[in-house]
Design a protein around this ligand. Sequence first.
Ligand code: B12
Ligand code: SF4
Length: 498
Amino acid sequence: MGAAYLAASLRAAGHSPVIVDALGEAPFRREPWFDGAMVVTGLPLNEVVARIPEGTEVIGFSCMFSQDWPYARLLVEATRRKFPSALIVAGGEHITAVPVFTLDTCPAIDLCVMGEGEEAIVEIVNCYEAGGDFGQLKGIALRCDGKTTLAPARARLRDLEAIPRPAWDLVPIDAYLDNGLGFGVGRGRTMPVLATRGCPYQCTFCSSPTMWTTRWQARDPVAVVDEIQDYIERYRADNIDFYDLTATMKKDWVITFCKLIEERGLKFTFQIPQGTRSEILDGETCGALRRAGCSNLTYAPESGSPTTLKRIKKRVHLDKMRTSIQAAVKAGMIVKTNIVMGFPDETPGEAWETVTFVTRMALLGVHDMSVGLFSPYPGSELFEDLRKRGRIPELSDTYFLSLASSYTDLSVTTSWSETMSAKKLGRIRLAALASFYGTQYAVRPWRVLRIIYNFAINRQESRMDKTIHEFLQRRRMAARLPETEGAPPGSRAATVKA
Ligand code: B12
Ligand code: SF4
């Protein structure tokens, strides 16, 4: 979505961007990398570079996740070899968090953009065309006289209506639509939408304040519904996934949005799949969301311990969260809660409080839960704090790859807690999952039958349905490995082949 937004702004400014969407072009090709520490989905690296049109003068790379950086760097380096004189620009959440490190460790990159990119990329391309001085631009990092320099920050975009809609026509969008791919549960032809930008909170484990500042801003609800209506008509979309950091901040906004959908008679489902806040989600708002088509709603309490919540500055009131969750379940939405365990100062007692909390959530009727383990993401307050405490090793591929392990693999546990060993943390995490799902299915056994039925008719309603679907899909894809021809060094492909 980031790339599609940037391309739309470049096009509106008179340039001719091309998007190489390596995932969209081959969503079911997979290749193990870094001794299997990572599996890359999409076009192999060499084919990505081959897709960049000859003669391209400015090449942008997006790196959203810190764990993707080791691979992104290899991709940038391979691109530099083929385009020795192009201007190479990098942006995205990870780059914003560590711009100096990026330039210092990846000479192939010329400029880093910090934060929102629409205005910055247009200014960079204009400056390049005019042969101007990049040193005049805001919100970028560049090398100046052999030294990496950070320009003053760029202000957030104020007029969200002036931002052109994502250039989906430059993306192989049918690959996503036809295969029901998306962030939420697979409910059909799904388009992503961003209704708001930023988040006013400053949770210590989150990189959002560094990336977006603490300015939260919503688009005009009419413009959001117009966009959705366009996707329904143009792409036959029947589901929308919201990608907002904090979609539910203002009750009036949500109610107006839902009314507009009902007034226009639009029929589609929509999901808020990333963990959102609960402050405005009372019975009235949840009812309005459900009537308008909201099928899946994810809350992010993160912890069931008030002490932990205070320490991570989450500013969640568990009683209010419980009431809100109850209202969402009653309204008929499929509800998920996101939990994180293993914060640096979290004690085993606090982690067990979370186990009790999620068990209560199961009794209330919550359908799904994920328990991630804390990872110090660059750009977050806790990352800086742990760095000061000398607990973060030197930044390296091993460090970045380790950030992924805690959420992808239940058998791998990394503990940043000073009072819980990895083993203990792993056990408490499993206890949380077992207690949540065990209680839920004991109290509501018909839900197990529903999962079996959904599996039989290839339908997804809950995260559990999606997890089963993806697990089997991965197994089918793994059976097709290795797709190893021409794999570059660093890939495990050679080993697999041998
Ligand atoms: C969608 C999403 C996902 C989806 C990803 C689907 C996909 N492939 O797109 C899923 C569910 C898989 C996911 C999973 C996870 N996610 Co997530 N996710 C998001 C989310 C909600 C939306 C991203 C988005 O599209 N934003 C909207 C676009 C417009 O913004 P953007 O991509 O940042 O692009 C803008 C700028 O960055 C910039 N820009 C971007 N690229 C470039 C390039 C150039 C050249 C330039 C100039 C500018 C530029 O300009 C763009 C327009 O302004 C973000 C939060 C957020 N709202 O950003 C978190 C977020 C990216 N996720 C995050 C995390 C931590 C995770 C998980 C680790 C969570 C977990 N523990 O399970 C996993 C990791 C997944 C992985 N692959 O490793 C963090 C990343 C932190 C980090 N530094 O790595 C974020 C930022 C949330 C947060 N604040 O903590 N996630
Ligand atoms: S975790 Fe959520 S509420 Fe907290 S700062 Fe990040 S986006 Fe905002």
